[in-house]
Design a protein around this ligand. Structure first.
Ligand SMILES: O=C(O)CCC(=O)C(=O)O
Ligand SMILES: [Fe+2]
Length: 368
């Protein structure tokens, strides 16, 4: 507070100073909650007019929450049900950009261990966790509150451990011991599943099963482990802002708390936690490679109003050949369906994506 020349009290709010102080404290959002705060710091507040898409936590009586994203059973995917599954995935990727899968082959105990180990990491003392806090991915791993904290207009109520797992994982000793084996095991399982999914998605486009694999789409992987602590003012902020994923494909594991929403037309639809299921979504690169046959769709996570934290982990698949040219595949371009996007390198694409805050869709820049 300060006094101006008319003797009025005015508030001077130095946002960047507050953000920096918070970041320097390395305690994350969880640390704020543990300190007993009952209101959220101002830099987390999202002005309603600039974030019209924010909705409150699912209200089961609300009509919008009754629509559901497709749930696809992958049983017998390598035998007699393959063509049915390909059709279901194609439909879901075109109309929703999102689907859940069951009987995907990742053992339930791996899923459970992944969630518990992420919880365990986040629930260690600030002193231990702060050793990992930072935004530099030089060691292939970093823990922080919002990777775009310094670029965004408003912060989100979430802490995240990020780890580059492919082509090469971080040095074993650089991964926190409390979740090391669990996250590497989860990555290994996702790698296998990724190969099955890329095959199905390739065939859904009328291409050879190995087409996306040969384009190196399975080779580069980034894992995120999100922790959404209780938020004392969930209606004033978000857990994760609306965005579409930049890569080719995302495999996501969520716990039973809920809060992930997907855009469908003008509606935001809850991705209801489904025991044993994984959530799959198409990324911007695959939308462009497929010349809009598949869609990457905006999604968001509401701030967690529950005392119980929400935990999720996503693995993003990206091509590894950074200087190769990407864009609509010639097989998917014709006189009736001309190319919608230009060709670009992955380096161009990533530069464009990281030059802005995580918000909305980044692909318009590449439209012809
Ligand atoms: O936490 C979730 O459910 C969604 C995470 C997500 O969309 C992302 O990391 O890109
Ligand atoms: Fe996402």
């Amino acid at each position: 507070m300060t006094i101006n020349s008319q003797n009025q009290q005015i508030e001077i709010y130095d946002r960047s100073k507050e953000v920096k102080e918070f970041d320097d404290s390395k305690i994350g959002v969880k640390g704020l909650v543990d300190s007993g705060i009952t209101t959220i710091p101002r830099f987390f507040v999202h002005p309603p007019e600039s974030f019209p898409s924010i909705t409150t936590h699912p209200n089961p009586s609300d009509d919008h929450h009754r629509k559901e994203i497709p749930i696809i059973d992958l049983s017998f995917v390598h035998s007699h049900r393959r063509t049915i599954i390909i059709d279901e995935i194609k439909e879901a990727s075109r109309n929703w950009g999102f689907f859940q899968i069951l009987n995907h082959g990742v053992p339930t105990d791996v899923l459970d261990r992944t969630i518990s180990s992420i919880k365990a990491f986040n629930e260690q003392s600030n002193e231990i966790k702060s050793k990992y806090y930072g935004r530099e991915m030089g060691k292939g791993i970093a823990f922080s509150t919002n990777f775009d904290l310094f670029q965004s207009k408003a912060a989100s109520w979430r802490d995240t451990l990020q780890m580059k797992t492919g082509p090469t994982p971080p040095h074993f000793d650089h991964i926190p011991e409390i979740c090391r084996r669990e996250l590497l095991e989860w990555d290994q399982q996702v790698q296998l599943l990724g190969e099955t999914l890329m095959g199905l998605l390739s065939e859904g486009l009328g291409l050879e099963k190995d087409k996306l694999k040969e384009m190196s789409c399975l080779d580069s992987r980034l894992m995120v482990a999100h922790y959404y602590p209780y938020c004392p003012e969930p209606e004033r902020t978000v857990g994760l802002k609306s965005h579409s994923d930049p890569g080719v494909l995302t495999v996501l594991l969520q716990d039973e708390i809920g809060g992930l929403q997907v855009k469908n037309g003008e509606d935001w639809i809850d991705v209801k936690p489904c025991s044993g299921a994984l959530v799959i979504n198409i990324g911007d690169l695959l939308q462009m490679i497929s010349n809009d046959e598949y869609k990457s769709v905006e999604h968001q996570v509401v701030a967690n109003p529950f005392r119980e934290p929400r935990v999720s982990s996503g693995v993003f698949f990206n091509p590894s050949k950074r200087e190769d040219s990407y864009g609509p595949l010639p097989e998917l371009v014709s006189a009736e369906k001309p190319a919608i996007y230009k060709q670009f390198t992955l380096t161009d694409f990533m530069r464009q994506f990281f030059s802005k805050e995580l918000e909305g869709k980044a692909i318009d820049y590449f439209k012809l």
